[in-house]
Design a protein around this ligand. Structure first.
Ligand SMILES: N[C@@H](CCC(=O)N[C@@H](CS)C(=O)NCC(=O)O)C(=O)O
Length: 191
């Protein structure tokens, strides 16, 4: 198994890095220099025509793309500690929160950072509305889906992406601020 990541701290490969740190897993990795455009080399495009990392190459040459899919695959191989719930209901709810955090937080945060004008402003408004809901969801629980999970990892990379654009958390979002401090204190946050 060979995991292709970036040379820096791009969000999607970082999601997998944090996941591996939380699992205590070390995989053989190969770094792709995105700034140098290595993801667009013919050799890399043969592995992933979409030209992005992370990808996971299995020993038989099968390529598993997409950060979340790689995580789900690894979770099946290495179920302990569980980061996608422990039974059908908690697995479903963990996945639901993970989707909310990717679609409602990470994607608008990334659109806000990468675009300008009205598009960026619209993304910022979506982000604010979704974060208010995440803040409400965190009432009375330490982690987004109850116990620590991939939903927290996705929310973290979403917030860190937003902070690149000088985004600040609304001071009334006390649950989310408390969650962010707890997340930053985990050793995996520096992965
Ligand atoms: N949905 C994919 C997104 C992969 C992706 O866009 N990766 C970025 C880094 S965060 C990348 O490799 N970008 C290089 C490029 O677009 O040229 C995933 O979750 O893995």
């Amino acid at each position: 198994m060979l995991l292709y990541l970036d040379t820096g701290r791009a969000p999607n490969p970082r999601k997998v890095r944090i996941y591996l740190a939380e699992k205590g897993l070390t995989l053989p990795t190969k770094e792709v220099n995105l700034r140098a455009g290595e993801q667009r080399s013919p050799e890399f495009l043969r592995k992933n025509p979409f030209g992005g990392v992370p990808i996971l190459e299995l020993d038989d040459g099968t390529i598993i793309p997409e950060s979340l899919t790689i995580i789900e695959y690894l979770e099946e191989l290495y179920p302990t500690p569980p980061l996608i719930g422990t039974d059908p209901v908690s697995r479903a709810l963990t996945r639901a929160w993970e989707r909310r955090c990717e679609i409602g937080v990470y994607l608008p945060a990334s659109r806000m950072v990468l675009s300008q004008g009205e598009v960026s402003e619209h993304a910022r408004q979506t982000l604010v509305a979704r974060l208010a809901l995440v803040n409400a969801g965190l009432a009375g629980r330490d982690w987004v889906a109850g116990r620590f999970s991939i939903a927290d990892i996705t929310l973290f990379i979403g917030l860190e992406t937003a902070f690149r654009d000088r985004f600040v958390l609304d001071p009334t979002w006390t649950n989310l601020s408390r969650w962010y401090e707890a997340m930053k204190a985990r050793p995996s946050a520096s992965a």
